[in-house]
Design a protein around this ligand. Sequence first.
Ligand SMILES: [Zn+2]
Length: 339
Amino acid sequence: MTQHTDPDVTEFREPDPPDPGAFVELQAGILWIRLPIPGALRHINTWLVPGRRGWFLVDTGMRTDDVQAAWEALDRRLPLASGLESIVVTHHHPDHYGMARWLSERYGVGTAMTERAAAAAAAALQEDPRGRGQPSDGFAERLGIELDDDMRSILRGGIYRRIVSGQAPALPLADEVSGWTVTVHEGHAPGHACLFNAEARTLISGDQLLPTISSNVSLYPSNEHGDPLGDYLASLERLSALHAGTTVLPAHGRPFRTPHARIEALRQEHAARLERIRECCMEPRSTQQVAAMLFRLERLDALNRLLAVTETLAHLRRLELAGHATREGTAGTLRWRSN
Ligand SMILES: [Zn+2]
């Protein structure tokens, strides 16, 4: 969630990004579509990629009236009714998955996702924000984080259902889609898929590798005993095997051709944050205290406060698993201490 610009990452200055409802043609006949997102992120890129019979679409936009209007405008400009052969969703987050059901029903095509991504979408759609016995119950208390009602509602999927058009008819995502190799990456979201085309030396990276913002890596109730930051760093290691000069088509920002510079910058950013947290925990601190030392929590809205605290937790968990920090006490008395 840290906003910064990396001078070593060369984003495409040309062509200009498309307006909502329009598209721009890139290399290998790929059509770049940009859809609006309310708030700081502002947009998501989605891609219409030439397939065996027509196009497959990668990611779909959040379910809002503006995004629906953009798809209706695109429908007037492109032969989607006859040309769309399938939908691939990289992961279950609402800006990627939100319009999948609407588009699937409109065009009579399935939505292909990894099994873990489909399960995450189903779980987020089913969780009852007011019900008991939810995975999020007790999470904040156990881990020493303070949640207000808005943050709790987000954690329980209260917003998700409003910006997702429902559960899409899911198809299993094969290892290969029309010549594009599918690889699965953890850390940002369960079962996040990236697509790589060796011939075109192009990676569709979803949220796993972004040019100017770091992907959110958080510890959530569904993965309380996992290691999301360790998983994310392992994914960066795999992505570093890409050829230099690979074109990366990210879900946010502009396409870029310097994956290695970006991967290195992200590694350094996480290493610096881990080091800062170790320093913070020379004195035993609660999770909430550590988050408040890293982020100006009082200036953030509920969603970003939740991301700040759960990102802090992901880093604390990595330090714990690496043997660099230990938790002492439980629930209200939980404190983290550097070793
Ligand atoms: Zn995401």
